[in-house]
Write a protein that binds this ligand. Structure first.
Ligand code: FPP
Length: 252
């Protein structure tokens, strides 16, 4: 895919950005609003970030929308988040499809309401041939749960122990076929991994900003990319120009 915009200062564009969209609750509280208003604003913000990814030529975006631990939140917030995702599929699917976005789900579908499960599966099927941006939605997702699920399936498939290596394990994860994230962004200042892509993040670069997720706009994305451009990715080796990772812009 050809980057649709790069800047003179950016020579490296990540292939895959993953985002922990944190701070919705605090964004709402700081305005005297209920927490769900923060999640709504965070959902609206996704449009800006998706548009930004397309503009910068980033082919994969993963967002952490609901973790396996989020079931422990008050039931009105859990129900509200389920409703938001269902509503987003209803309202935005056609446009996302039209814009060439492929939707993937990472996590378990089992615990979701059958109607939501069905909508997610239909959205995945409708968009499966799109190539402009792959949007992976981590929903009912936990990194440890993903690894447990992979182990169960490897055992089910009778893979001999001597044949199990990192490639085999990767191919059994929910993210099979998706390149590991080059850059993980966490908004609202917390510096923890929170069970997100714990296998795939092995060599990701981290960018943490105090900005709350609903305020993380295209300019903030640009700052994250500029920070990424300053990084010397060594993957455990010594520094070398060939070790940068990500896409070299073709016209930047
Ligand atoms: C963390 O902020 C955010 C979440 C747990 C949910 C994020 C979900 C969305 C933005 C909706 C996504 C929708 C779709 C369609 C994928 P927090 O609630 O922990 O904020 P706080 O730390 O300030 O309380």
């Amino acid at each position: 895919m050809r980057p649709e915009e790069t800047t003179d200062t950016m020579t490296k564009i990540p292939t895959h950005i993953a985002v922990i969209m944190d701070g919705n609750g605090r964004w709402a509280r700081s305005r005297g609003l209920p927490r769900l208003a923060g999640h709504q604003a965070g959902t609206e913000n996704l449009r800006r970030v998706i548009r930004g990814c397309v503009k910068f030529g980033i082919p994969y975006l993963t967002i952490y929308a609901f973790s396996t631990e989020n079931w422990g939140r008050p039931s009105d917030e859990v129900q509200g988040l389920m409703h938001i995702i269902e509503d987003v599929i209803d309202r935005e699917l056609d446009e996302l499809h039209h814009e060439g976005v492929q939707l993937r789900h990472i996590g378990r579908l089992e615990r979701l309401e059958p109607s939501l499960r069905e909508k997610v599966l239909q959205a995945i099927d409708l968009t499966k041939d799109n190539t402009r941006l792959t949007l992976c939605i981590a929903f009912n997702y936990g990194g440890r749960d993903e690894i447990v699920c992979a182990i169960q399936r490897i055992i089910d498939d009778h893979i001999p122990p001597q044949d199990i290596n990192t490639e085999v394990v990767s191919s059994y994860l929910f993210t099979a076929g998706v390149p590991d994230p080059d850059l993980i962004i966490r908004t609202s200042g917390e510096m923890r991994i929170s069970n997100f892509l714990i296998w795939q993040a092995a060599y990701a670069e981290w960018y943490v900003t105090p900005t709350y997720w609903p305020d993380f706009d295209e300019e903030e994305l640009r700052k994250a990319l500029e920070s990424y451009n300053q990084r010397d990715r060594r993957f455990g080796r010594l520094s070398s120009p060939g070790c940068s990772g990500g896409i070299e812009p073709q016209d930047g």
